[in-house]
Design a protein around this ligand. Structure first.
Ligand code: RUB
Ligand code: MG
Length: 467
């Protein structure tokens, strides 16, 4: 079969030679194709080809063909190498996805096709932005180093006036919280105009900073109908008198699109870019046979250069997710080197074949790779944002599965459902974190901390009722 000749090479000498983006798909063919034939169709449609061999191919165009280079017939896995010269110059993430999870997800010949993992060669990492402003920068601004950044999402999701919204922000900050985010649908609603929301949040933040003596951060949703409106929202925030570091820009990256994400990264390298991922479930849910994994989405977000992306609660919260999926994704974007589902990704820009340079790379106990020389030659960390149905009593269980405290957590119901209100909810969250830092059981710590005691009581009951 000519397609297999052009798009399959099971003897590909060195897929890791720096010329290929590597991928692993779970693939179940539909109809009469066997897995090798369906894999060849996949490689063709997601690189240079179409359903039939065309007569317009050239010797050069054939060098851009993606190649199936490995198969696992038992688990229905196929490995495909994409010559990355295929992709748009200039660090364009959207363009890569248009190929590798583009038309191909819609063709008839597949019953299941899910991109489970990708691997970027160092030569490719050089061409993409990667994060600029990181969690470490936010830690410096907040003066918080040894624990997760404690955050909330204002609830109700929608319907508060701008003044009411800001009051909830103030209560959370005054109770000891660090970080507040707009819930992702918050935009310019008639009952809560954007400009007024920004102005009131600024006043609330000033008041909380003055009273607590601590810096605070607010993440503003800047997703919008068009480029100009998005930038207008950003500029409104920049010009509202906020201190640099005290505001983040939230972009709902899947519904708004990668162009919006990358525009923010490039226009505002000094701002924390917060990737919310509404609709990711359509691609990532395990029961959906077609799409991509949380790890794949997260790796592309790091490559694009967002400061942080939601990676899920690993089943501890309300959203579907498992440690195998969510923790692997979180580690994949945080560390300089980590094992994904199939590939070990190193985010340093040292060429794979430069063994002399690789021995300079060592890892500290927290798996952060330390480059002894020119430490800039690595893609900076991207922060996992952990959210969705969490509350103070779920903080420690999550830290345990995550294995570190290098994340931002935002709890909506987990704070505003506290019987004492938002301020007490924030206090309970801070106390749950203090208990963890003091290596004390929260129940024991709660004996001296009434807000935490109330939270334990309330959320234990609420969790039971929900089951
Ligand atoms: C959570 C919330 C976020 C979800 C998104 O509110 O508003 O949109 O975290 O899910 P609450 P994910 O804390 O009240 O559940 O983070 O998995 O993308
Ligand atoms: Mg939300």
């Amino acid at each position: 079969n000519p397609k297999q000749q052009s798009y399959v090479n099971l003897q590909l000498p060195d897929p890791y030679n720096g010329e290929y983006l590597l991928s692993v798909f779970h693939l179940v063919p539909e109809g009469k194709l066997n897995i090798l034939q369906a894999a060849a169709e996949t490689a063709a449609e997601s690189s240079t080809g179409t359903n039939f061999k065309v007569n317009t191919e050239t010797p050069f165009s054939k060098t851009m063909n993606a190649l199936v280079y490995k198969l696992d017939l038992e688990q229905n896995l196929v490995w495909i190498a994409y010559p990355w010269r295929l992709f748009d110059r200039g660090g364009n993430i959207q363009n890569i996805l248009t190929y590798i999870v583009g038309n191909i997800l819609g063709i008839k010949e597949i019953k299941a096709l899910k991109l489970l993992d990708v691997w970027f060669p160092s030569s490719m990492l050089e061409q993409y932005d990667g994060p600029s402003y990181t969690l470490d920068d936010m830690r410096k601004y907040l003066g918080v180093y040894d624990r997760p950044i404690l955050g909330t999402i204002v609830k109700p999701k929608m319907g508060l006036t701008s003044a009411e919204y800001a009051e909830v922000c103030y209560d959370f900050w005054a109770g000891g919280g660090d970080f507040v985010k707009n819930d992702e649908p918050q935009a310019n609603q008639d009952f809560c105009p954007y400009d007024k929301m920004v102005k009131h949040v600024k006043e609330a933040m000033d008041k909380a900073v003055k009273e607590t003596g601590r810096n605070k951060v607010h993440s503003f949703n800047v997703s919008a109908a068009d480029f100009d409106t998005m930038i207008e929202r950003c500029e409104m925030i920049v010009n509202a008198g906020f201190e640099p570091g005290s505001y983040a820009f939230l972009i709902d990256g899947i519904t708004a699109g990668w162009m919006a994400v990358q525009t923010l990264r490039r226009r505002y390298p000094g701002v924390f870019i917060h990737f919310h991922r509404a609709a990711h479930g359509a691609f990532t849910r395990p029961e959906n046979p077609i799409g991509f994994s949380v790890l794949v989405l997260s790796k592309f977000a790091r490559l694009a250069g967002v400061s942080g992306i939601h990676t899920g609660t690993a089943g501890v919260g309300k959203m579907k997710g498992t440690p195998e999926e969510d923790v692997v994704a979180a580690h994949g974007i945080l560390y300089m080197r980590s094992k994904g589902h199939f590939f070990e990704q190193t985010w340093t820009k040292i060429p794979e074949n430069d063994k002399d340079a690789m021995h300079l790379v060592s890892e500290d106990s927290a798996h952060h790779v330390i480059l002894e020389e020119d430490s800039w030659r690595g893609v900076k960390k991207c922060c996992p944002i952990v959210s969705g149905g969490l509350n103070p009593i779920r903080l420690k269980p999550f830290i345990d599965v995550m294995g570190n405290v290098d994340f931002i957590t935002t709890m909506g119901s987990g704070v505003h459902a506290h019987p004492g209100g938002t301020k007490d909810g924030a206090k309970a969250l801070v106390q749950a974190c203090d208990a963890y830092l003091n290596k004390m059981d929260i129940a024991e710590y709660a004996r001296e901390h009434s807000e935490l005691a109330q939270a334990i009581d309330h959320f234990t009951k609420a969790q039971k009722d929900a089951m």
